[in-house]
Design a protein around this ligand. Structure first.
Ligand code: AMP
Length: 283
């Protein structure tokens, strides 16, 4: 596996592979790998000739009071893990290799970025779309794999690809969890022992909500209220930033359970902001 820092080298290597007719898979990440990232790599690896993993804590997707500087990192460990999971290339640029000082071009899908994480992180998805677009231009992958933990991100990127006719197939990968149900996240490293013990109740509340819908409750407000009550009871030190039921494709809030519907939550727990979601299908 090659580890590179500069865009020119990334572009040259990927163009060379493409000229040879090789199928390229891309897994964009911010590093500090856990089994969720590794599952995405395995998934891409299994269907491509060359796997490109990118590791970039993208400054343009962080707001002024967010955790850009505190974001956990361990490049040597990540390099070893990417290598173990079949990466041919790990692209780990410094911010100035990705953004010119006078960078002025942005890609946005504002309509899908109004709710959920976009509501409290107003510039987040603009930063995500712009950096992912840049990675698509550099790598020109056939397939790019994203996790369904960040459902809204995946929906926005799918729309960007469709609207701009980008020749890449976006694949979503199911959420990888700890045994107790907590969705894996690099930010779980921020949790104290006590917070970590309470965090799995997020998943439990979502499972109960799905059960409630499958038992016949159709009112979105009633389901959201049950989730809020469960979270307040089981994670008293946490604070729900949002609890929403939305259409999984266009991320618009729904008032009654649609088939399918997505329930998504963000919970602030100590220094961490944890997100999770569940797709609801009713018979
Ligand atoms: P990040 O490094 O957090 O930006 O995540 C990089 C990619 O890994 C994104 O596509 C995430 O959605 C995905 N990802 C993060 N956590 C998980 C998880 N627990 N299960 C599946 N995919 C994940």
């Amino acid at each position: 596996m090659k580890r590179i820092e500069y865009t020119e080298e990334l572009q040259r290597q990927c163009a060379d592979w493409k000229a040879k007719g090789l199928k390229i898979g891309l897994v964009p990440t911010m590093g500090y790998f856990h089994d969720g990232h590794l599952a995405l790599m395995d998934h891409a690896r299994s269907q491509c000739d060359k796997l490109v993993v990118t590791l970039f804590v993208n400054p343009t997707q962080f707001g002024p009071n967010e955790d850009l500087d505190a974001y956990p990192h361990d490049l040597e460990r990540d390099s070893q893990l990417a290598w173990d999971h079949g990466a041919d290339l790990l692209f780990a640029p410094k911010p100035d290799a990705m953004y010119a000082p006078d960078h002025a071009t942005w890609v946005e899908v504002p309509e899908l970025a109004q709710n959920l994480c976009g509501a409290s992180r107003p510039i987040h998805f603009r930063g995500v779309c712009t950096v992912v677009m840049k990675l698509f231009m550099l790598v020109q992958p056939h397939v790019a794999v994203f996790g369904q933990k960040d459902w809204q991100q995946q929906a926005i990127l799918k729309r960007m690809v469709r609207d701009l006719n980008i020749p890449v197939e976006i694949q979503g990968h199911p959420i990888v969890r700890e045994q107790d149900g907590l969705a894996l996240s690099s930010r779980n490293a921020y949790l104290t022992q006590e917070e970590r013990a309470h965090a799995p109740f997020i998943r439990k509340a979502l499972l109960a909500a799905r059960e409630q819908a499958q038992q016949g409750e159709t009112n979105a407000e009633a389901i959201k209220k049950s989730i809020r009550q469960s979270l307040e009871r089981d994670i008293p030190m946490g604070e729900a930033e949002y609890i929403e039921m939305v259409d999984p494709d266009n991320i618009r809030p729904v008032t009654a359970v649609t088939n399918p519907a997505l329930i998504a939550v963000a919970v602030r727990l100590g220094k961490a902001r944890l997100i999770d979601n569940i797709l609801i299908k009713v018979d």
